[in-house]
Design a protein around this ligand. Structure first.
Ligand code: GDP
Length: 523
């Protein structure tokens, strides 16, 4: 195997999807500890709550206590190079969160075992599922009383329409938590143990524990055995092909806070999750990850909110080959040649100059306005162009006007550029030509207003239209009379008409009234 192939095969690039408070930060931190990147649990957390000295990048990020350095976390584990891409939630949720999922090879879904599948998990899951990449599930907070594990997995299968396969199973829960019955490794992992030497108990061939072990007579263990019996008879069989296609999710239990089951999970993940694979291109051909030619695509652009530093960072997922400092690449959209002198790779603790980055890795390029989201770059003579990133259905909307009517020119310039860059989505009133912005998270509007003022000297007035359900309508079926204040008719950038329904009741009402009209959504 040549060196590049070897390096590419060692990459594991993934994102963690979860609903806020399920434990994403805590589990990320445990993984970084295993990778030796941080020494103290609490580092990532402290950064999230703003108590940590963040870099001088992006004022708005500082205020929010997140930083560009935590957007991608890279560490070594088990001879693998792991890249965890952050998917911000809470008030930082934005289209970038979705787009990040376009740049990973697998996803880890963290679920609070007391709550089960929650709305944000469901949204992110939908995007991941559409990509057909593997999804690994971690049922968290086992140290607390949660729901019955059979119930949790059944709900997951029902709500998300994916097969579950149990990799391990809890023995007790909350104060009664004894350990994990580890089907995959044929052992019991004890919750409370003196030191690492007595952490695991081997299982007998028939799946039981030796009689002389006290736990084997415990009613909680017996109840776990009964569950295991049931899983063997009625559950799904482990099927790696299905897992790799995203049709089956391996389910692990544990407690991120107690650092219980996390390493077992990480080990399995690193073993089962795929290395970067070939990638489809816009012309329906594919490019192998270990192709000699360097190529990649922009999945996120982060603007500097400091007016004195107008630079931005374009996040590139390397799709093939190896990055070399100072290399010349062509930007596929414009055929412009750009020299990549200034690139950073991401570590949890600092931003450092890229030393070695191959397919699967993420590099950040300082950008003075060359890049747009979805752009492809390539180094060789042959054009390598990745498909467009999908559009996502916005959920909140604002009407936007220039505060100073005399400054229409800068208003239009700023708006055009920021929309092109993918910061927000722009719609026009169907009859009125009003400007309406759509986003999946509030942060996108804040960033938009901030940048309009600081980069284009245009103060904007934003008037909320609230949360809306966006549905595209076949133009042939459109009658402008169908529109009202409850279902605003607008057109998107391509001029395609869509309704912004006040809520799902308004949508249902519409469907009842016009049963033949076809309404569609984006991802
Ligand atoms: P995030 O919003 O998904 O990043 O969630 P965090 O990692 O910030 O966790 C949310 C809260 O749940 C914090 O108070 C954590 O300490 C707590 N938490 C996380 N994992 C566990 C766990 O395994 N057990 C318990 N009891 N609490 C946890």
């Amino acid at each position: 195997m040549n060196k590049l192939t070897e390096k590419v095969n060692s990459r594991r690039t993934f994102a963690i999807i979860s609903h806020p408070d399920a434990g994403k930060t805590t589990i990320t931190e445990q993984m970084l500890l295993f990778g030796g990147i941080i020494r103290n649990a609490g580092t990532v957390k402290a950064r999230k709550s703003g108590h940590y000295a963040t870099s001088d990048w992006m004022e708005i990020e500082k205020k929010r206590g997140i930083s560009v350095t935590s957007s991608v976390m890279q560490f070594e584990y088990d001879n693998k190079r792991i890249n965890i891409l952050d998917t911000p939630g809470h008030q930082d949720f934005s289209e970038d969160t979705y787009r990040t999922l376009m740049a990973v090879d697998a996803a880890v879904m963290v679920i609070d075992s007391a709550k089960g599948v929650e709305p944000q998990t469901k949204k992110l899951f939908k995007v991941v599922k559409k990509r057909g990449i593997p999804i690994f599930t971690f049922m968290n907070k086992l140290d607390r009383d949660g729901r019955d594990p059979l119930d949790l997995t059944a709900e997951l299968e029902d709500l998300l329409d994916i097969e579950c396969v149990a990799m391990n199973w809890p023995i007790g829960m909350g104060k009664q938590l004894k350990g994990l019955y580890d089907l995959a490794n044929k052992r019991v992992e004890l919750y409370r143990h003196e030191d690492d030497s007595d952490r695991f108990l081997p299982l007998n061939e028939d799946g039981t524990l030796d009689n002389n072990i006290a736990l084997s007579h415990d009613s909680l263990f017996e109840s776990t055995l009964a569950d295991i019996e049931l899983l063997k008879e009625a559950g799904n069989n482990f099927d790696l092909d299905k897992i790799l296609r995203g049709d089956q999710t391996p389910v692990f239990f544990g407690s991120a806070l107690a650092n219980f089951g996390v390493e077992t999970f990480l080990k399995s993940f690193v073993e089962l999750a795929p290395a970067p694979k070939e990638h489809e291109l816009i012309d329906n051909t594919t490019i192998a990850a270990d192709d000699d030619e360097f190529s990649g695509f922009v999945f996120k652009i982060q603007a500097n909110m400091n007016p004195n530093h107008r630079d931005r960072i374009a996040f590139i997922r390397i799709g093939s080959g190896e990055f070399q400092k100072g290399m010349d690449v062509t930007l596929a959209r414009t055929n412009k040649v750009i020299r990549l002198n200034n690139a950073t790779e991401f570590m949890s603790s600092s931003r450092v100059q890229v030393s070695e980055a191959v397919a699967g890795d993420i590099i950040g390029l300082y950008d003075t306005g060359n890049f747009q989201i979805g752009d492809s770059i390539y180094a060789g003579k042959k054009k390598i162009e990745y498909p467009e990133l999908p559009q996502f259905t916005p959920e909140i909307f604002m009407r936007v006007t220039a505060k100073n009517v005399m400054k229409q020119k800068s208003f239009h310039k700023g708006m055009t550029q920021l929309v092109q860059e993918g910061a927000v989505q722009l719609y026009r009133g169907y009859a009125t030509d009003d400007y309406i912005l759509g986003a999946v998270g509030q942060l996108q509007f804040e960033v938009f207003a901030f940048r309009m003022k600081n980069e284009y000297n245009s103060e904007v007035e934003l008037t909320s239209l609230g949360g809306r359900v966006a549905r595209w309508i076949n133009p042939d079926q459109l009658d402008p009379k169908m529109s009202s204040s409850r279902n605003l008719l607008v057109k998107d950038r391509e001029g395609e008409p869509l309704f912004l329904f006040e809520n799902s009741f308004a949508e249902r009402w519409f469907k009842d009234k016009y049963p033949d009209v076809e309404l569609t959504s984006k991802l």
